[in-house]
Ligand binder design. Structure first.
Ligand code: NAD
Length: 317
């Protein structure tokens, strides 16, 4: 990680949940960090404004000029800007595709012009669709939502730019990430918020759906490993923990961590327009053998510990 000292890094979508944590860590390591973000999902970097080596470009990645201002002269691009969230993005399919296609092409083109040394693309486990078995990077892909299709398109552009221009990329397929500053649209922040306000926890369906949850600190470590390790060049790599957890177990972990102070526990609601069954992925867990082998990556924060950290952050402890 010391290799990142003095490096010039641009993070698209840097005002978002994962981006803001990367900004913090990179500044701490002595990197110079620029972000470009249109703040459509809020602004999670306000506390960092004015930090040494940090600059902010308010702009849309579909705007070529803004992107080239952000990327010009940088060594590393972390491309995370996207319309995020499977439910929300079903309501804006053309914008989701536009950001992922036009936006990603703009960022890749600027990276080629600026002779960027490494390009990391924030992809998603959504590209796999459903699988009862741990998902391996070479599995057949079966995206079920516009968001998932958009991510697959982004990955393909990275591969095409490598073939045509030699731009070295890593596609990181993030599984479910959680931690401080994540929006309450997502399950762990929502459950904790509901439990703290003594409301019932809302579970879609019967809660037996499984996910693979990674704490943000592990995600930041792994993302930066892909930048520093030559073995990550031109690879697609899962970023998860390899542990499958049901949504019902998350509800129990949250209520237990809060000493069962939420008497209403959980309510199950049927799938509706907000979360249509046809796009729901029912079973998902990462096979992380490739990350282990290439990057010696090992997730460090267990789910109970991560939920505890998140609750402490919510309570300001
Ligand atoms: N958080 C997760 O669990 C998860 C899982 C899989 C993949 N990912 C991917 O990781 C990346 C970061 O996710 P996140 O959780 O930090 O999401 P986020 O919504 O918090 O961050 C995304 C950022 O992109 C910005 N943005 C959106 N459209 C833009 C545009 N046209 N121009 C400029 N900025 C734009 C938003 O304002 C936001 O700040 C995304 O690409 C997401 O698809 C996240």
């Amino acid at each position: 990680m010391e290799r990142l000292k003095g490096k010039k890094v641009v993070i698209t979508g840097g005002a978002g949940f994962i981006g803001s944590h990367l900004v913090e860590r990179l500044l701490g390591l002595g990197a110079e960090v620029t972000i470009i973000d249109n703040f459509m999902f809020g602004n999670k970097i306000e506390h960092l404004r004015g930090s040494k080596g940090f600059s902010v470009i308010e702009g849309d990645i579909r705007d070529v000029k803004a992107v080239s201002r952000a990327v010009n002269g940088r060594d590393i691009v972390l491309h995370l800007a996207a319309c995020v969230g499977v439910e929300e993005t079903q309501k804006m399919p053309l914008e989701v595709l536009d950001v992922e296609i036009q936006g990603t092409v703009n960022v890749l083109s600027s990276a080629v012009k600026s002779a960027v040394r490494r390009f990391v693309f924030g992809s998603s486990s959504e590209v796999y669709g459903n699988s009862l078995k741990p998902m391996q990077e070479d599995n057949p892909l079966s995206p079920r939502s516009t968001y998932a299709v958009a991510k697959l398109v982004g990955e393909e552009y990275c591969r095409a730019f490598y073939q045509k221009h030699g731009l070295e990329y890593t596609c990181l397929r993030y599984f479910n990430v959680y931690g401080p500053r994540q929006d309450e649209r997502f399950v762990i922040p929502r459950f904790v918020g509901q439990a703290l306000s003594r409301e019932p926890l809302t579970i879609y369906g019967d809660g037996s759906q499984t996910r693979d949850f990674t704490y943000i600190d592990d995600v930041v470590n792994m993302t930066l490993l892909t930048v520093t390790r030559p073995e990550a060049r031109c690879q697609t790599i899962n970023l998860g923990t390899g542990t499958m957890t049901t949504i019902n177990s998350i509800a129990s972990l949250v209520t237990n961590a809060l000493d069962g102070t939420n008497p209403a526990k959980a309510i199950h609601i049927d799938y509706d327009d907000k979360r249509p069954r046809c796009i729901e992925v029912f079973s998902r867990v990462a096979d992380i053998a490739r990350a282990r082998q290439l990057l010696q990556y090992e997730p460090e924060v267990s789910l109970p510990a991560g939920i505890g950290k998140y609750i402490n952050w919510r309570l300001g402890r």
